[in-house]
Design a protein around this ligand. Sequence first.
Ligand SMILES: *[C@@H]1O[C@H](CO)[C@@H](O)[C@H](O)[C@H]1NC(C)=O
Length: 500
Amino acid sequence: MDKHRMVLSLLVLAASFGLYDALLCNCTNADCEKQGYQCQTDGACMASTSVIEGVEQRVRACIPRDQLVPPGQPFYCLSAEGYLNTHCCYSDYCNSMDLQVHPVTAWPPLSYTEGWGPVEVAAAVAGPVFLLCVVLLLARFLFQHHQRAYGHRHRLDVEDPSTEHLYLAKDKTLQDLIYDLSTSGSGSGLPLFVQRTVARTIVLQEIIGKGRFGEVWRGRWRGGDVAVKIFSSREERSWFREAEIYQTIMLRHENILGFIAADNKDNGTWTQLWLVSDYHEYGSLFDFLNRYSVTIEGMIKLALSAASGLAHLHMEILGTQGKPGIAHRDLKSKNILVKKNGTCAIADLGLAVRHESITDTIDIAPNQRVGTKRYMAPEVLDETINMRHFDSFKCADIYALGLVYWEIARRCNEGGIHEEYQLPYYDLVPSDPSIEDMRKVVCDQRLRPNIPNWWQSYEALRVMGKIMRECWYANGAARLTALRIKKTLAQLSIEEDVKI
Ligand SMILES: *[C@@H]1O[C@H](CO)[C@@H](O)[C@H](O)[C@H]1NC(C)=O
């Protein structure tokens, strides 16, 4: 066949693959039984074989297109040497094959059966090589099509399992690992196979919290403490979403909780979903403020670092190693951690949304009212928020930041006076307020937390009070930006001689 025609027909083939929306796959899930153990998807077919503690398990499934993230190395399509061999493919029933788990040792060298002549050897080599070329060519077309189709602009480093030893040398501690990461410029996470290995060698110590998603534990890994958030299997989507957000390129920042690993341990009967992060012994800002009062210096440190974290989250960084703007959507004192040095780390990114500035879209369909009712901005409570406009979500975060500042400032013990810890609106709504309770107070009566007069006598408290008022405007667009707040507080910290 003429070479050009062959390329052309390959192209047509590739294009038609890309255009077919409904792909049929073999499926082992119980709920595929009715359809004769097959499923239909707009994404990929997946086959995987895992060996966990000596038990082998094979799974075949459909992976919807919107779960094929991050692009180029989807979560659900990755293998881990010694544990899991996964393969994603894009033609009907292509996941019918049986995969073996690769042993942790190096690949066995090629061996030929004795008695083969040079012709057989040549054929044995040339055949697969030709096939491989065809497959690679196809894969390339498909990949490019895929890239165009989704318009993804984030470049993710392709994993190379041969670099695992660089990360997991025996004597490395977590700090070393994180240091390697931050200097290797590879974005915001350990390669996934390293994440798995880390997660599977953590020893859980004690439970430190419970939430709607599951539990938080303190764990030990190579002599260091880590926090492990364990999601119940029903919360798989939350686990996935939070892991996805934490692995946004360039997210790493000293005032955002440091993400270490995500892992889904499937033991055959249930799936354990883990999210591993830095551990901070003071716990949340809520716990901290309940227990301690703060000095002016302590207050400025907490406030400035929280603003720095939020400013980094909100900021869009352009370029190939760029970062999309991210809005948190559930900012509150319970979702901010206090580090040993008295600064904040913003955590719980599970409800966050990312902004795709090229297409000016938001990366998931945001539902109207998520987050904690007490901290909801007026426009969220009365549903007037413009969800097509990404900045609306940032403005709602700023409102919540203002409430957190009020919680901090009340605990400032300057001049011997300080108030007991209280949640915002403690005096105006019941302890588990409904949206209606909040809406009446915040939207109808336009009430806000009280800013005491005596704050005016101390410059730092006066500035904090002024910032709060400008975070609480009913009109979201009129509120300060995180960057503005950060600059104002940085200036204040110089005037007050705060050592950060
Ligand atoms: C995959 O599905 C096809 C079509 O239903 C079927 O013929 C084949 O046996 C299945 N393969 C496996 C391994 O289940």
